[in-house]
Design a binder for this molecule. Structure first.
Ligand SMILES: NC(=O)c1ccc[n+]([C@@H]2O[C@H](COP(=O)([O-])OP(=O)(O)OC[C@H]3O[C@@H](n4cnc5c(N)ncnc54)[C@H](OP(=O)(O)O)[C@@H]3O)[C@@H](O)[C@H]2O)c1
Length: 332
């Protein structure tokens, strides 16, 4: 029997929305039916680029479009909470970009709303669906290299330093933590869980955004993680897992890895190649959402809401340790 076609909407027509729209074409069950921007001209231009039938100049109109099943939220971190609630209240399934929100209070409200409205909600953490990332987790969990003792991961790039831009503007959740530091933190949580102890230090930009961040985790079983991020300079963007009998490295860029290096105790490094994922690499997360909906699920078993809640509470603890504050979110 042919599988159902799911009608998608995209909320916010920025940089990542463009890539996601391009990748949806590779997902057989997906039909991009509508997009919305704060600007009518931008929405129309986006819609004509991707052959989309409906272009709205208001997010509210998109959320209330009765023909849409799933809405992908592609606005800055600071607006995910508001826009997720807008869509969930219309009983839409929601795939919301990372970082899920600015703090745990916002994430709790999003989860409550999804449960109240019996609507699907998932954080768009594409890394979790990449075959090499999945294989690294499988190898760690299998115990074939002994116990995992250390995770080392970094993500740095030289971002646009416009003080009003999303990367450096605190009112948009600017700084390295929520934009790229979240990847190393996510990886440590996937591999080791929520840490017992957190240390963190930041270098701040004049805007107050954390430009560069160093974080250490310690776990009750004696394992550790050493994580770093920056929006001011380039870094290897690799993740390493050090185990008792060898190490595994997700090679650059580990947020969308295509190769894995494994080194067993006393042996040489072995490179494992994985088949290229289509497009930019966002198809698998979209397919996963539709697979969950096919099965009548309101939550992903691979990326459950409890994981996103743990991730955000860990980010909150890092912020507290490093002195990172988003004043507008704190004031509410
Ligand atoms: N998964 C990934 O690989 C990945 C990669 C990049 C970014 N992201 C995530 O995606 C989100 C968006 O990032 P982006 O790089 O696409 O940002 P962007 O290019 O700045 O686009 C964000 C869009 O949000 C909308 N928006 C609504 N209110 C806004 C406001 N007050 N200020 C600015 N924009 C506003 C705008 O769309 P309209 O003008 O059309 O309304 C804007 O184009 C972030 O949360 C980021 O972490 C994920």
């Amino acid at each position: 029997m042919a599988k159902k076609t799911w009608n998608w909407g995209i909320l916010g027509c920025g940089h990542i929305a463009d890539k996601f729209a391009a990748d949806l074409k590779f997902a057989g069950q997906a039909h991009l039916a509508a997009v919305a921007s704060r600007s009518a001209a931008k929405a129309s231009a986006f819609a004509s680029r991707f052959g989309v039938a409906r272009a709205y100049d208001s997010y509210e109109e998109l959320a209330s479009d009765p023909d849409l099943d799933i809405i992908y939220i592609a606005t800055p971190h600071s607006h995910h909470h508001r826009h997720a609630l807008l869509c969930l209240d219309q009983h839409k399934a929601v795939l919301c970009e990372k970082a899920f929100a600015l703090n745990s209070a916002q994430v709790s409200q999003m989860i409550d709303s999804a449960r109240r409205n019996n609507a699907f909600l998932m954080e768009a953490f594409w890394t979790r669906f990449h075959p090499s990332f999945v294989e690294a987790l499988r190898m760690i969990q299998s115990g074939e290299l002994g116990r995992l003792r250390m995770v080392r991961a970094d993500f740095g790039f030289r971002g646009n330093q416009d003080p009003q831009g999303r990367l450096y503007n605190l009112s948009l959740g600017g700084g390295s933590l929520l934009d790229v530091g979240i990847y190393p933190v996510f990886t440590a949580l996937c591999a080791l869980g929520v840490p017992e102890t957190i240390q963190a230090m930041a270098i701040f930009a004049p805007t107050g955004a954390d430009q560069t961040l160093a974080v250490n985790f310690k776990y009750a079983d004696g394992s550790m993680a050493s994580l770093s991020s920056s929006v001011a300079f380039w870094a290897p963007v690799q993740a390493e897992f050090w185990l008792e009998k060898g190490f595994i490295r997700l090679n650059r860029q580990f947020n969308a890895p295509t190769t894995l290096t494994v080194c067993r105790e006393g042996g040489a490094e072995q490179l494992m190649n994985f088949p290229a994922v289509p497009g930019y690499g966002y198809t698998a997360e979209a397919e996963h959402v539709m697979d969950c909906l096919d099965k009548g699920l309101v939550e992903s078993p691979v990326l459950p809401l409890s994981f996103s809640a743990d991730l955000m509470s860990t980010l909150d603890r890092i912020r507290a340790a490093a002195g990172i504050v988003y004043p507008e979110a704190e004031a509410r």
